[in-house]
Design a protein around this ligand. Structure first.
Ligand code: FE
Length: 190
């Protein structure tokens, strides 16, 4: 795959379709400047502010943009909130669609064929491999990302965090908890 990508980049550069320096800036931006901490701030705000939570559920794109997180692969966002009754999990069965402005670049496993196929066929089994055991009474809903729509999971707020600041709450929000393959960290972990 690395060789194929390099060959493609070489051809596109030679034909003058892309500027390698511009590519480097884009990659650096998403690797070092934009990452899951953005999403964690969205989740922390939603936990702390019921009005923002409502807005996020109704118009995630606008609510997220109000915190400054917009751009490529985040033009149409949908937020889905976990409850005791329902756990949400995100996949792109076709390729690797992912909400870049809030989560950065996708992890390797998100792009892998086993995750993409098994997340749909056996979500509970996949979750168990991520170390997440949910009660049978919790339904699992799997969302298939598309080129148009990207999903952000709002994990459940951990118990024992009453009165915490948004900054403190954000520390409990992991990347995987916003994909739905993990849960927010316990307060003791912070
Ligand atoms: Fe995709």
């Amino acid at each position: 795959m690395d060789l194929r990508v390099r060959a493609l980049e070489t051809v596109l550069t030679q034909k003058g379709y892309i500027d390698p320096a511009a590519l480097d800036v884009l990659i650096d931006t998403y690797q070092t400047k934009i990452g899951p901490r953005n999403g964690a701030r969205v989740v922390a705000r939603a936990w702390a502010d019921p009005v923002f939570h409502d807005w996020l559920m109704k118009d995630a794109t606008a609510a997220i943009a109000s915190l400054g997180f917009t751009g490529r692969q985040g033009e149409h966002m949908v937020a889905v909130a976990n409850t005791d009754d329902r756990h949400h999990m995100v996949v792109c069965t076709l390729c690797s669609c992912y909400p870049w402005p809030v989560l950065g670049l996708p992890p390797t496993w998100y792009k892998s064929a086993p995750y993409r196929s098994r997340a749909v066929k056996d979500p509970r089994g996949v979750l168990a491999e991520f170390g997440v055991q949910l009660p049978e009474s919790t339904a699992i809903r799997v969302w298939d990302s598309t080129a148009e729509v990207r999903y952000l999971v709002i994990p459940q707020r951990p118990a024992g965090t009453e009165g915490w600041s948004e900054e403190q709450l954000a520390e409990l929000v992991t990347r995987d908890s916003m994909i739905g393959t993990g849960l927010a960290r316990a307060p003791e972990a912070a």
